[in-house]
Write a protein that binds this ligand. Structure first.
Ligand SMILES: N[C@@H](CCC(=O)N[C@@H](CS)C(=O)NCC(=O)O)C(=O)O
Length: 262
């Protein structure tokens, strides 16, 4: 039996749901409420000591980390393979996956928190917030840097630049396309989808207006049945938490001022 402990709006959970739906694998949905800090409960920490979602439990064995999980799924259920057979292409896919983990997956947290999620933390008593941050195995420093007022403008600028760099790299790779690694859809494509979906939800889509290959790639992703299944009603921050604040008071990278409040 496959059980997926995940949160509907979590981008890392969405990577795994996309992979499961793309491969047509049945799983038992185990929702974890991040709002209620269920990810920090002793029962969840016993499955995933990092205190983050997702966790896949396969016949009783927990597998953690979204990129590890999608590779595991593709190994254990090789039908509808999402990993190239050619070792050089496989290396290219893995290099994309490392880049996605290190750059856009980290960068997207800054606008997500500043535009939406920080509002929940503003309401907490300072000692409650400090205790929440201290309890968080992986993200203590992240939460302390954010504080209850959100990340600084310098942090926001840097994260948006990293997102723009990702889009530019995608655009260059897609010139050879139609997918990030050549002719077939791979895990690399699926792993970056939640970043673009979140950017769109936060009003950051103008950042790829001048990159038509990225827009075309995203339209093809959205046309796949796996996309609608991964994003049911309520899977977006704007629906679950209410309308996001405007992205920034400065021009979004790549827009020359379009799409920003300046
Ligand atoms: N490297 C991990 C990161 C997972 C992660 O950061 N998950 C976020 C949601 S997207 C989370 O659980 N955050 C909990 C928190 O910030 O308290 C993975 O890819 O699975």
């Amino acid at each position: 039996m496959l059980e997926l402990y995940n949160a509907l709006q979590s981008t890392c959970s969405q990577k795994v749901r996309l992979c499961l739906w793309e491969k047509g694998i049945d799983y038992v949905d185990r929702p974890v409420s991040l709002k209620d800090a269920e990810n920090l409960s002793p029962a969840y920490l016993a499955l995933n000591p990092n205190g983050v979602v997702p966790t896949l439990v396969h016949d009783g064995t927990p597998i953690v980390d979204s990129s590890v999980i999608v590779e595991y799924l593709d190994e254990v259920f090789p039908d509808t393979g999402l990993t190239p057979a050619d070792p050089k292409q496989r290396a290219a896919m893995r290099a994309w996956m490392r880049f996605i983990e290190e750059v856009p997956t980290v960068a997207i947290r800054y606008p997500s928190f500043n535009q939406v999620l920080v509002k929940g933390f503003r309401k907490l008593a300072p000692e409650t917030f400090a205790a929440f941050a201290a309890e968080n195995p992986l993200r203590k420093d992240f939460y302390l840097r954010m504080g209850q007022d959100g990340f600084s403008e310098a942090d926001m600028r840097a994260s948006l630049q990293r997102l723009r760099k990702t889009l530019e790299r995608m655009d260059a790779a897609l010139a050879e396309g139609p997918w990030l690694v050549g002719h077939t859809l791979t895990l690399a494509d699926l792993c970056v989808v939640p970043t673009l979906d979140r950017m769109e939800d936060l009003g950051l889509a103008p950042m790829w207006d001048d990159l038509p290959r990225v827009a075309d790639w995203f339209a093809r992703i959205k046309a796949r049945p796996s996309y609608a299944k991964t994003y049911p009603e309520g899977a977006r921050l704007s629906v679950a938490y209410g309308e996001p604040d405007p992205p920034t008071a400065f021009a979004l990278p790549g827009t020359d001022g379009r799409g920003s409040s300046q």
